[in-house]
Ligand binder design. Structure first.
Ligand code: BGC
Length: 723
């Protein structure tokens, strides 16, 4: 690690505890901001105020130049700064917008490393600032309710606790660079099918226990300055202009002081948006070219409603005050120095690589097929994803990468000239493409001649901008039709495995895929997600043992689609009008464990090249809190990292509760033979559940199990405590 990277990571760790340095003059306090905003608002005309609450171009909302208030410049997010669109929708050509392409959200979360969450955010914030952006449209933290969601690759986890922890670091990292994070998509946007129309129905308990905690943490602990309202309806009212979600919960209960930005074209009515808490209207589709932004719902109509005393002006003032709050917080206005950001630095690229190294998950490693022995002379690399660049795929999260190391390139870089590497494509990425006999034969021949075959396949992003999912998957605006391996890959993998039993399967993509046809035969399986610009190098270093894998699944991998709770208990994607979340709180492992269904790979699973021994569990409880301590020893011969996971279960339950729930974790880095003590403290919230009969959080005193695992199903220690 070079010094710059070390310093950046150290700052990142420090930054987890304080967003800004404590030197008084760097940023205004909330009280100062309130006074300054009030005085500015007094000097603004109604027209100037209204200009600020709607878009002024594709990615900006209006300012008030007369008073020195600039436009607010936004950009996607969430894993790099998006290509430039200028003021319109077309991509600009020949502009320097190729930047750092970070691993996508699900890969970041797989690191379970809070310092990397912060580091990720800092890189993104710094590059956004350098590119002149004020708001980065991320993180995306919708719960992975179904394996089919086309945007799971951008999201973080099926578990609300893990989402909360990772999102906070990300947000603080972004905002440490004087750029606002925009946590999205609030709320209930857990599918792409009919996302602009579907009415999401769920119990209050599911809302409070599963779907809201990430957003609550983003606001309360992360201090996100902006939040994006989602496209869907929630209990009959559009989420972006939803009184309950925005006024009652976000602004009142959580005391959110920043601005609510609509998703692009998520506003549908002037009065609902005005009264129910939308602060900035973006992207409304007026079906005209050029767009007349005065025709937006929160534009001229608002001016005349206020002028005709049909709307009180204080509602507009409140929105403007929230936008000014964001602007002061990131030193856009107010005269204090603002960070300038950096672009495409070595340190940024190294952080991208570190996240990939810690986020890639070793799913299976029979007979220690990995890491590859140094005696290997030849490798047959097979599969489209080995050479495919993924950064520009997937929809609004597309990033023009400064460079992107593909798996094939990474393997060549790391293997060096002593290993003979051949490549065969194996399959074609085209929807509904069946197995290609010729390509399979070519792959089989290459595999049979090589010491080892590495198939790099799985899902892939679509590229077509207006129809992102047309030839591939993992794309905004479209869910996957099923969990089956596309493009004839089952046939390919089975044929290659038959030709060479030393075959490793590397899966890319935003989530699970049905592996049932070959999972028992494949000795080595790696989940590589979309690992960013340095992903190929990170993957190769893991394969050759230069890096010891430490990623853990942030989402359960079902054996087959029919096992997924959204499908089995609930509805997905619902009819075209309503989707009922009948799976309720039984999302992910909460379902698999409670209903005793075996997943293919469990939540929290991920192997290492070394072994860890857990011991000395002690549980101390008092005053509705618990301190859990235990030791972990690296009992193997290689340095490595283990994510120790703490789950709890209440023994006697008044309302049914899941078999276990994640309430703490710690990633521990250990040299060979080294032992460390881990201490995790659980406060009273950890033991509560939401009682939707009484409409409140409750804790039933009693006996709790404390379950420590290397995954949700690989339990190493267990004890009880009375609370
Ligand atoms: C997406 C958002 C994105 C916005 C702006 C929408 O279609 O849902 O995630 O930030 O577009 O590009």
């Amino acid at each position: 690690m070079n010094n710059k990277l070390k310093t950046l990571l150290l700052c990142c760790v420090a930054g987890c505890f304080s967003v800004f340095s404590i030197h008084a003059q760097t940023h205004y306090s909330d009280a100062q901001i309130a006074a300054k905003s009030d005085s500015l608002i007094k000097r603004m005309t109604l027209q100037e105020k209204v200009n600020m609450i709607h878009a002024s171009s594709s990615f900006t909302s209006g300012g008030a130049p007369r008073l020195g208030i600039p436009e607010l410049v936004t950009s996607d997010g969430p894993h790099g700064v998006r290509v430039e669109h200028g003021r319109g929708w077309d991509e600009l050509k020949n502009v320097p917008d190729s930047g750092t392409y970070l691993p996508t959200g699900v890969c970041l979360t797989s690191t379970w490393n809070l310092a990397l969450g912060y580091a990720f955010g800092s890189v993104l914030g710094s590059e956004a600032r350098f590119r002149g952006k004020d708001v980065i449209l991320g993180p995306g933290i919708n719960i992975m309710r179904s394996p089919l969601n086309g945007r799971n690759f951008e999201y973080e986890s099926e578990d609300p606790y893990l989402v909360s922890k990772m999102a906070v670091g990300y947000i603080k990292g972004v905002q440490s660079q004087d750029v606002a994070a925009c946590v999205k998509h609030y709320a209930g946007n857990n599918q792409e099918t009919n996302r602009g129309a579907i009415d999401v129905q769920m119990s209050e308990r599911a809302l409070r226990e599963i779907y809201l905690p990430g957003f609550k943490a983003a606001i309360e602990a992360g201090g996100a300055y902006t939040l994006m309202g989602s496209y869907n309806k929630f209990r009959g009212e559009w989420a972006t202009q939803n009184n309950y979600l925005i006024n009652q919960i976000l602004k009142k209960e959580w005391d959110f002081k920043g601005a609510v930005v609509s998703d692009w074209a998520a506003v549908h009515s002037t009065s609902q948006a005005i009264w129910n808490g939308t602060d900035i209207e973006m992207g409304t589709d007026l079906n005209q070219n050029p767009i007349n932004y005065h025709k937006f719902y929160l534009a001229d109509t608002v001016v005349s409603l206020v002028q005709n005393s049909k709307l009180p002006e204080y509602l507009i003032n409140e929105k403007v005050k929230r936008i000014l709050y964001v602007m002061y917080k990131i030193n856009m206005i107010g005269g204090l120095p603002r960070k300038k950001g950096e672009y495409n630095t070595k340190a940024h690229q190294q952080i991208a690589e570190k996240i990939a190294e810690e986020g890639i998950v070793l799913l299976k490693n029979e007979n220690k097929i990995l890491p590859l022995s140094s005696n290997i002379k030849s490798i047959a690399v097979i599969g489209c994803n080995a050479t495919r660049k993924q950064s520009m795929g997937g929809g609004s999260s597309q990033v023009k990468a400064f460079y992107e190391i593909t798996p094939l390139q990474g393997l060549k870089n790391v293997a060096g000239s002593k290993v003979n590497i051949t490549y065969a494509q194996g399959y074609k990425i085209t929807r509904d493409a069946g197995p290609d006999k010729e390509m399979i034969n070519e792959a089989v021949e290459a595999a049979s001649k090589a010491d080892v075959a590495i198939i790099v396949g799985g899902w892939s992003h679509g590229y077509n901008y207006s129809n992102w999912g047309d030839n591939a998957y993992d794309a905004e605006g479209i869910d996957k039709p099923d969990m089956n391996m596309p493009f004839g890959q089952n046939e390919l993998i089975k044929a290659v495995l038959a030709a060479n039993p030393n075959t490793i399967v590397v899966l890319m993509g935003g989530g699970s895929i049905d592996m049932s046809q070959w999972v028992d035969q494949a000795k080595g399986i790696i989940q590589a997600w979309y690992p960013g610009m340095e992903g190929g190098n990170a993957l190769a270093k893991i394969i050759f043992g230069q890096i010891n894998p430490s990623g853990k699944l942030p989402v359960s991998f079902p054996k087959k689609l029919a096992d997924a709770p959204a499908i089995k208990l609930g509805e997905f994607p619902g009819d075209s009008v309503i989707v009922n979340y009948l799976d309720d709180i039984y999302v992910g492992y909460r379902y698999f464990d409670t209903y005793k269904v075996e997943p293919q790979f469990a939540f929290g699973h991920g192997l290492s090249y070394t072994t860890f021994k857990y011991s000395d569990l002690q549980i101390k409880t008092s005053n509705q809190t618990a301190t859990v301590t235990f030791s972990i020893k690296n009992t193997g011969t290689m340095a490595g990292a283990e994510v120790a996971q703490l789950y709890i279960k209440q023994e006697k339950q008044n309302l049914p509760r899941p078999e276990k729930e994640l309430k703490g974790f710690k990633k521990v880095f250990l040299k060979a033979g080294e032992e460390q003590k881990v201490a995790l403290t659980l406060n009273k919230e950890a033991f509560q559940y939401f009682n939707d009969v009484k409409n409140q959080w409750e804790m039933d005193p009693g006996v709790f199990d404390f379950i420590i695992g290397s995954s949700s199903r690989d339990i190493r220690l267990k004890g009880t405590g009375i609370l």
